[in-house]
Design a protein around this ligand. Structure first.
Ligand code: GLU
Length: 475
């Protein structure tokens, strides 16, 4: 067995789509698992779309995910002459032939066939030209395309995911290899470049499956070894349709901007169409590399579930050092506070926020919305919670708390807790009977981190003011 060489061959489109990133990741994991090589090929023959920026976006997305490549990337557009040579060699060895048919004739024949409700395939008119005819046309300077002479028989391959796929060759048209303008088609470029890059395994999206028999015939006609194929299932949106812009963010860099961590994205993408065979979900890079293999790729489409991605992100956030969490929260919070003309917290307070929310954030983007309670007194109180938590005796309880808190000399977590516990005891109440109305008064809602930690961060003045505001409101 030759050493594994896999590739990622994106066509620059202006973004690195999660589907592309997942393809890159699977190839990369396979290379690292087998101690093989992972190479890049930029399929940039469409010059309009392949701007330097569009190429850079691919590099940036891969680098963000820590997917590194082992050799200098190959730019497909720079291999034009090799692609032409590949077609010339096929002409030379009789696997291809010149087609002088006028494009208009072909279009008309195709339309006529469609009208009759039939599929069109090229009737091989030019396959039957003899040497002298061909020479005469060449001498007369007639333009021609080059077509692949599809041999008889059946083309089979054993896909690592889909199993055995057989295609009768009669279903494959003598497709064009070289256009009349002298440019080779994509199918030629991809086979020539995969052979040139020594690719042994082609792991790519299922949408390429129908290209594979044609490519295999090209490998065979060119005397090249056929790689192993693995066509991975498409990524679907929640409606089970192919994931697209309609479903929201699809580019990995958008997720980065939204505060998703690279580690979480990578871990999540790895589980889209692959599983380690046990119930592990949060897996380190080393674990992923050790477990990844082609035999655990799934056949069925993988639904991209943002909630799951955010859950995964939360798992990773909770393992980060506090200062890193704060570094990630800060830009989002700064933006939100600046928009509202609220002064920014100092770094020490920031670290306290990070500590308090370390296990409560699913993405950094949601941090401002969660943290806003520390910067603004509640302007309204969540209605459902009001109905549920503010009862007849709540004003009395809040007033008692207010009094006790005013007298409290040391404003720290344990003192606050003791205070509340002893008041609850005195009133003969469960402590939650005091905590819920208090939380509502302080935060305007039903959910927050531990109330004593919140109170420490809010500070004494703020807590007393908010209780006062709430009492006014309850009236
Ligand atoms: N350039 C193709 C794409 O971006 C990939 C071709 C392949 O993987 O064979 O879809």
């Amino acid at each position: 067995m030759p050493d594994v060489r896999v590739r990622f061959a994106p066509s620059p489109t202006g973004s690195l789509h999660v589907g592309g990133a997942r393809t890159a990741l699977f190839n990369w994991l396979y290379a690292r698992h087998t101690s093989g090589k992972f190479v890049l090929r930029i399929e940039d023959t469409d010059k309009k779309r392949s701007t330097p920026e569009a190429v850079q976006v691919i590099f940036d997305g891969l680098k963000w995910l820590n997917i590194d490549w082992d050799e200098a990337p190959l730019f497909q557009s720079e291999r034009l002459s090799a692609h032409k040579d590949a077609v010339a060699a096929l002409l030379q060895n009789g696997s291809a032939y010149r087609c002088f048919c006028a494009p208009e004739t072909i279009v008309a024949d195709r339309q006529a066939a469609e009208k009759r409700g039939e599929g069109y395939s090229y009737p091989r008119t030019c396959l039957n030209l003899n040497e002298a005819d061909i020479q005469a046309k060449l001498d007369a300077g007639e333009p021609y395309a080059v077509r692949f002479k599809i041999p008889e028989g059946v083309t089979e391959f054993n896909d690592a995911v889909l199993g055995l796929i057989s295609t009768p060759n009669k279903d494959i048209d003598d497709f064009i290899l070289l256009r009349r303008d002298g440019t080779p088609v994509y199918m030629v470029a991809v086979v020539a470049d995969d052979a040139h890059q020594g690719v042994t395994h082609i792991i790519r999206g299922e949408d390429h499956t129908t290209n594979t028999p044609k490519q295999i015939l090209l490998y065979q006609a060119s005397g090249l070894p056929v790689p192993q194929f693995a066509h991975i299932p498409l990524i679907l949106g929640p409606d089970k349709k192919r994931l697209s812009k309609r479903h929201g963010a699809t580019s990995v860099l958008e997720y980065r901007a939204d505060g998703i961590l690279a580690e979480a994205m990578r871990n999540y993408l790895a589980l889209l169409g692959w599983s380690p065979g046990d119930d592990r979900e949060v897996m380190s890079l080393d674990e992923l590399i050790a477990a990844f293999d082609l035999d655990r790729l799934n056949k069925s489409g993988a639904v991209f579930d943002e909630t799951k991605l955010e859950w995964m992100n939360g798992q990773y956030i909770s393992t980060l050092p506090i200062d890193v969490i704060w570094q990630n929260i800060e830009p989002h919070l700064t933006k939100a506070l600046t928009e509202k003309n609220i002064p920014l917290p100092d770094a020490e307070t920031g670290l306290q926020f990070a500590e308090l929310y370390r296990e409560r954030l699913r993405s950094f983007r949601e941090a401002p919305q969660k943290l806003l309670l520390f910067f603004k007194d509640p302007s309204e109180y969540d209605e459902k919670t009001v109905r549920k938590r503010w009862k007849q005796d709540s004003p009395d309880h809040l007033r008692l708390l207010q009094q006790k808190l005013e007298e409290l000399p040391n404003w720290d977590h344990d003192r606050l807790e003791e205070l509340l516990n002893s008041l609850a005891d005195r009133l003969g109440l469960g402590r939650s009977k005091l905590i819920h109305p208090l939380r509502l008064a302080l935060t305007g809602g039903a959910a927050s981190p531990g109330i004593f930690a919140v109170m420490v961060l809010l500070g004494k003045d703020c807590c007393l003011r908010r209780i006062r505001l709430a009492l006014e409101r309850i009236k």
